[in-house]
Each structure stands twice: as C-alpha cells, then as structure tokens.
Ligand binder design. Structure first.
Ligand code: PEP
Length: 251
C-alpha cells in the first residue's frame, strides 16, 4: 500500500511568534484525527529549529521548501541538504513552480537539488506542473514528462522509491482555481504510467500528491481519486483548523 501524505507549504509567511503558535495548534489538533496518513509541514528555514523542537515526538514531520544542489562552499545565501539534516528534516520541496518561475530553476537544476536531497537522506517532494498557456497549447503531458525525465536521467527511476511527487498545475496555485478531481486524476495517472514504463513496482509504490488551491471543502473529492495519494497545501496550511480539516479529508 502506498503511503498517503498531506504536507503544508508555508512559503515565506509568518513570523516566529505566529509559527510557534501554528505549530502548537497543529500538535494539539492532529491528535484528534486517527489515520494511517503521514502529515508534514515545510516551513521557512529560520523556523526549522522550532519545528524540530515542537514536532519531535509527535506524528507530524517537518521539512524545508528548497535546498542547494551543492554540498558546501562559496554559495552565499544557500542552504545545503546536510544543514537540513541538522534539523532532522524528513522532507524538502524541490522544483516548486515559484522556484522554477521566479528564481529561474531549470529542470536540470531541480533534478540536481532532488539528487542532493536524497544523497543526504532527505525525501524530496518533487513538484511538477504546467502553466495555463502550456495547458491551452495541449502540451501538459510533454512538459510534465520532461520534468520527470530529467530527474530519472540524473537520479534514476529507483530514486522514486524514496521520493514524493506533487502535481501542481501552476494555474491552480494560490489562484482559488482548483483542478477538477478528474483533471487532476488524469495527470496523476499519466505521471504514474510514465514511471510504470521504467519500473512498474516503483510506480505503484510512489506517493503522488495534488497541489493547487486545496481547501477543506474540495479536499475529500480530490483525495478520493485512485492515483491521488494526498496533497501539498499552500495557503490553507497557514490556518490550523483548515489544514486539520484537509488532513481529516483523507481516508
Ligand atoms: C503550493 O504553493 O504548493 C500550493 C499548492 O499553494 P495553494 O494551496 O495556496 O494553491
């Protein structure tokens, strides 16, 4: 059985006080939902230490939102995978569309970050997805295949044994426009089939999340689709009650 996962992506939001209070609220509320799903929050770097101390010995895991592809050296402002290990991160998001679009991360750079994360024992949450323009031009599958294939070329298909993929249509992120459950399922199925061609066993065990304006009121129908194994939640992960409601929507 594939692992189910609901992960929050806090992005660059909040301050120390708000982060501590959100973490504490999650710890209190998560204990009220019993399930075999994993839960995680990917917090800004400066709040990893409080995530570590607050979430240790709870069922909630934590991680970062980006990592350098380099191990160490003269890379001012960057954070390595080894440094994330010091904070006992489980996950790190790589290739979020905001990183790809606002910070110019190419498929190759994302694949190198993914590999650096895995080498350090972190589980990368690899984000893939198309823009509205690409969807309208009917090249969604081609775009996503190239994103996946670069990772398979750099890290190998076996690397998906210790990774999570998040399908995040760029047009649905932070826009309030969610993919319909069928639209999301179609792409999740495409992603899984692309990996089946290389290794069916790896593909069937791979957790594939949907991300893009998931809220408490649309999570259950998305999570009910056969190839959707959970969600990567942006805005709604900043409100404890909403995030917990989304976590409760998975069965
Ligand atoms: C995200 O940034 O990963 C995301 C899914 O954002 P939102 O849920 O706000 O659309």
């Amino acid at each position: 059985m594939r692992e189910k996962l609901v992960a929050g992506n806090w992005k660059m939001n909040g301050n120390l006080k708000e982060s501590v209070s959100l973490l504490n609220a999650l710890v209190t509320d998560i204990s009220t939902i019993g399930s075999n799903t994993s839960y995680a929050v990917c917090v800004p770097y400066p709040y990893l230490a409080v995530a570590q101390s607050t979430l240790k010995n709870t069922t909630i895991k934590w991680g970062a939102q980006n990592v350098s592809q380099h191990e160490s050296g003269a890379f001012t402002g960057e954070v390595s995978a080894i440094m994330l290990n010091d904070f006992e991160c489980t996950y790190v998001i790589v290739g979020h569309s905001e990183r790809r679009m606002l910070f110019g991360e190419s498929n190759q750079v994302v694949a190198e970050k993914y590999l650096a994360a895995q080498k350090a024992g972190l589980v990368p949450i690899l984000c893939v997805g198309e823009t509205l323009e690409q969807r309208d031009s009917d090249i969604t599958e081609q775009v996503i295949y190239e994103q996946l294939n670069t990772v398979m070329t750099v890290a190998g298909v076996d690397s998906f044994r210790n990774a999570v993929i998040a399908y995040e249509p760029v047009w649905a992120i932070g826009t309030g426009k969610t993919a319909t459950p069928q639209q999301a399922q179609d792409i999740h199925h495409f992603i899984r089939q692309s990996i089946v061609k290389q290794n069916a066993e790896v593909a069937s065990g791979l957790t594939i999340l949907y991300g893009g304006s998931v809220k408490a009121n649309n999570a259950a129908e998305l999570f009910a689709m056969p190839d959707i194994d959970g969600g990567l939640i942006g805005g709604a992960s900043l409100i404890a009650e909403e995030f917990i409601a989304i976590c409760s929507a998975i069965s």
